[in-house]
Design a protein around this ligand. Structure first.
Ligand code: PLP
Length: 404
């Protein structure tokens, strides 16, 4: 028998969302009336999309599948991604500033984050916004970047608290030298979006400390305020210190289709002067064989004028849900942020334990949420409400919340 990889044993608990699903199952088993329409559980818990892919983008997917059925249009491995899609991503999201050899098509932002972690290895410290999307910490632990659980954080992972007191933006003087900093804006879970000045300070701090930022822009298409930056590369100097990951999941409903991209600028170098872009090509070529051709055809359709119109329509829909949830919570006197340029609402329950509030909302309202403490120590006392849901369900959930 071989022994278990100790890094796996170092992961603190079950991944947050399976744990929520387990508690949901347990609750449903103990309450058979959850099978009835009145007693059913409504989920405002996870960030999974619920609405169908809109027709033009869907036609792109169908066209991609059809193309595989004919000898003239059949394609096999496409490794780094369709050239046309890489160029289109650069044109649509970055005003054409990146060459196709700096844009890498992936099967999603989460998968790319996992692969990016291989670039830095076990000895590079990691820093995260606290609270943060769990993959940054758990993925770092998996590659051995962190040695063990130390109560409030993993050794080797620095938690940078993002709280109401600091406007959900971290104290950058605490950024460790030579670290990989995971930064997500619009943020999951807080819904906060960093301003241009804040991102400029972030880039300055990264350059000063010799850090590399992995900027997760998975929710950039939810930004409605034109003053807010949608990409780290809107900030001068970012090409020398940042990688950006993004995805079609939340703007186009591709959570099950699987398509994303990463930008690794050629300007980005390690401390020894070696090219990060060249290493990324090596990592992807070794353990990744490219995104689905069908998904990429859908991605191309999503980025023409009609597709971008559909992205706007879909994100508007979810933002409409977010507004309903935010209003319902505020009417109850619950302090919350987010939901205006992001699909998440971050609600404060002062002095309460997040899992206890989670259970109370489940029991009293039959509404599933996400406990803030699952995203990091600074999430304690908060609940994340997700705007991904059918409109009728969100309306019903908002009515039920009134009993809180
Ligand atoms: N990044 C953030 C911040 C997310 O919240 C999510 C999904 O919830 C992802 C990445 C995953 O994106 P993808 O579906 O492209 O893997």
């Amino acid at each position: 028998m071989i022994s278990r990889n100790p890094c796996i044993a170092n992961i603190k608990a079950g991944y947050l969302f399976p744990e929520i699903a387990r508690r949901r199952r347990e609750f449903a088993a103990a309450h058979p009336d959850t099978a009835s329409p009145e007693g059913r559980i409504i989920s405002l818990g996870i960030g999974n999309t619920t609405e169908p892919i809109l027709p033009h983008i869907n036609a792109g997917l169908v066209g991609g599948a059809e193309a595989l059925g004919s000898v003239e249009t059949y394609s096999g491995y496409q490794d780094d991604g369709l050239l046309e899609l890489r160029e289109k991503i650069s044109a649509v999201f970055y005003r054409g500033r990146f060459g196709a050899d700096e844009v890498f098509i992936s099967d999603g932002a989460k998968c790319d984050i996992g692969r990016l972690q291989l670039l830095f290895g076990a000895s590079t410290p990691a820093a995260v916004q606290d609270p943060s999307y769990p993959v940054y910490v758990d993925g770092s632990v998996l590659i051995g970047a962190a040695g063990g659980w130390e109560g409030l954080g993993y050794r080797g992972v620095t938690y940078l608290p993002c709280t109401a007191e600091n406007g959900y933006f971290p104290d950058l003087t605490k950024l460790p030298a030579g670290c990989v900093l995971y930064f997500c804006s619009p943020n999951n879970p807080t819904g906060a979006v960093a301003s241009r000045e804040q991102l400029a300070a972030l880039v300055r701090a990264a350059v000063e400390k010799g850090a590399i930022i992995i900027f997760d822009a998975a929710y950039s298409e939810y930004i409605r305020d034109p003053a807010l930056p949608r990409s780290i590369y809107e900030i001068e100097g970012a090409c020398a210190c940042a990688i950006e990951v993004n995805s079609f999941s939340k703007p186009a409903g591709f959570t099950g289709v699987r398509l994303g991209w990463s930008v690794v600028p050629k300007e980005l170098k390690y401390s020894g002067g070696e090219s990060v872009n060249a290493d990324w090509i090596r990592v992807c070529g070794t353990i990744f064989n490219g995104a689905s051709n069908i998904a990429q055809a859908g991605g191309l359709a999503a980025l023409d004028d009609e597709g971008l119109g559909e992205i706007r329509k879909l994100t508007d829909f979810y933002l409409g849900n977010a507004k309903l949830i935010r209003t319902a919570l505020r009417n109850l006197g619950i302090t919350c942020v987010g939901g205006d340029n992001s699909p998440y609402i971050w609600a404060k329950f002062p002095g309460r334990d997040s899992w206890e509030v989670f259970s109370e909302i489940l029991e009293k309202c039959r509404v599933l949420t996400t406990p803030g403490s699952g995203f990091g120590p600074a999430g304690q006392g908060f609940i994340r409400f997700s705007a991904f849901g059918h409109r009728a369900d969100v309306e019903e959930a908002c009515r039920r919340l009134a009993v809180l």
